[in-house]
Structure formats: structure tokens, C-alpha cells
Design a binder for this molecule. Structure first.
Ligand SMILES: [Zn+2]
Length: 248
């Protein structure tokens, strides 16, 4: 079962790489086979096996020797590990499919935001709808939960944008709403809180070490997505801990 989750995750991760490269360029996701970005040679199936191909090609194109971006094995490995963690936390139930859909969306959004500083509506808007529709068959999130989640998850970034412009963008708002649709309003709060803490810590380290200057933009999307992963996998525990700590 561990191997099954890892293999499905790596294969999905391989497809997410295609989305990460092609979606910001408005290229078709399915019509064209993968080719080397440097020499244009079609990548044969045995050179396109998630993670393994990168290792035995030593990170280089077989034809021209151009280096293959580290993002490819990283996205495949990360998706595999996240899919496994979700299977471990949720079990092999129908809910797991919804969790995998959310995780795939979060990985894709994070890497597109890191490279292009945009969070594509093409993922978040269908994501909001998908999360809301799934709530009707989900045993843990009711449709009302999901609806409140959309309002809370989108509303908090909206308030931040109004109060202090420049900190967050409309993409963060739609990402927050998508998290709320999938997770419900309680876990959406956990996601946003975790995202802010995570973002604050990493931004602090980047500024303190001089890796980033005060004026360099640090996209918030990957942290919000990371907060969403924390909420999905460990959110119930966070809520229990919080209630126990503050209500005695
Ligand atoms: Zn090449």
C-alpha cells in the first residue's frame, strides 16, 4: 500500500511538472509529447520515468546534455511523499481522492507562484467549485462548512489586502477560498494561521541571512499552500491542542 501511494504520487507529480511548465505559457497540457526544452528532442518513455530517469540520466538530456531542472524530481518526490502521508492520515477511503486532488493543486500552485509570482485562476476557481461539490459526499466536511470555508478562507486575505495593500494579492484570496472549500472553515483558519507562521519564519531567515533583501518579493502562495497541507494532514490535532490549551 505504501508503494502504491508513492507510485501514484510520483506519476501524478510527473504530470504536475507538465502543468507547472505549460500552464503559465498557455500551452496545451495534453496534445504534445514532452520534449527537451533545450534541443527539442522528444523524451522517450524510458527516459520519462518519475525520479528514476533523473537519477540514471544524472540530471542531463540524453541527446544534448543540457541539464534538467531540479524541479522535476523535486515535484515528483514531494507529490509522492504527500500522497503517502495523506493515505496514512486518511486511510484508503473515498475521501482520500479529494485530499489527493487538493494536494496536487497545492503543489502546482506553489511552484508556479515561486517561478512566476502568479497563482493561476485556472486552478483556484475550478478548485473552489470542486471542493464545494465534494463536500456533498464528504463525511467530514458539510456543504455549509465548505461554504463558510470559502467565505472565511477568501475573506481573511481580502481584509489583509484592504488594510495593507501589497502584502497579499487576489491570487492568495482565491487560494484561501479554495482551501476553505476543501477543508471547511475551521481547518481554513488553521491553514491561514500556519501559512502566516511558516511565511514569517522563512521570510525572517531569508532577510537575516541576506539571501533576500527587504524589497525582494517573497510570494505568499507557497506558504498558504503549505499551511493547507498542515491543516489537511494535522489540522484536527491542531484544533484539539488549541482548545485544550486555551479552554483548560
Ligand atoms: Zn536536449
Amino acid at each position: 500500500m505504501i508503494a502504491v501511494a508513492l507510485v501514484i504520487g510520483a506519476v501524478i507529480g510527473s504530470f504536475l511538472n507538465v502543468v507547472i511548465v505549460r500552464l503559465p505559457k498557455d500551452e496545451s497540457l495534453v496534445s504534445r509529447r514532452s520534449s527537451c526544452r533545450a534541443c527539442g528532442t522528444m523524451i522517450r518513455w524510458f527516459d520519462n520515468i518519475p525520479i528514476l530517469s533523473f537519477i540514471w540520466l544524472r540530471g542531463r538530456c540524453r541527446q544534448c546534455g543540457a541539464s534538467i531542472a531540479w524541479r522535476y524530481p523535486v515535484v515528483e518526490g514531494l507529490t509522492a511523499v504527500l500522497f503517502l502521508l495523506a493515505a496514512w492520515r486518511i486511510g484508503w477511503r473515498a475521501e482520500l481522492a479529494g485530499a489527493w486532488i487538493l494536494l496536487a493543486a497545492l503543489v502546482t500552485i506553489s511552484f508556479i507562484d515561486l517561478e512566476h509570482q502568479i497563482i493561476p485562476d485556472a486552478i483556484t476557481l475550478p478548485g473552489i467549485v470542486a471542493g464545494f461539490v465534494l463536500s456533498f459526499i464528504s463525511p467530514s466536511v458539510t456543504w455549509l462548512d465548505a461554504l463558510l470555508g470559502i467565505l472565511v478562507g477568501g475573506g481573511i486575505p481580502f481584509l489583509v489586502i484592504v488594510v495593507s495593500p501589497g502584502g497579499m494579492g487576489g491570487g492568495d484570496m482565491k487560494l484561501g477560498a479554495m482551501l476553505g472549500a476543501f477543508l471547511g472553515y475551521k481547518l481554513a483558519l488553521v491553514a491561514i494561521f500556519s501559512g502566516v507562521v511558516l511565511g514569517g519564519l522563512v521570510a525572517g531567515v531569508l532577510l537575516a541571512t541576506g539571501l533576500r533583501g527587504r524589497r525582494d518579493p517573497i510570494p505568499f502562495g507557497p506558504f498558504l499552500a503549505g499551511g493547507g497541507v498542515v491543516a489537511l494532514l494535522f489540522g484536527e490535532g491542531c484544533i484539539r491542542w488549541y482548545l485544550a490549551a486555551f479552554t483548560g
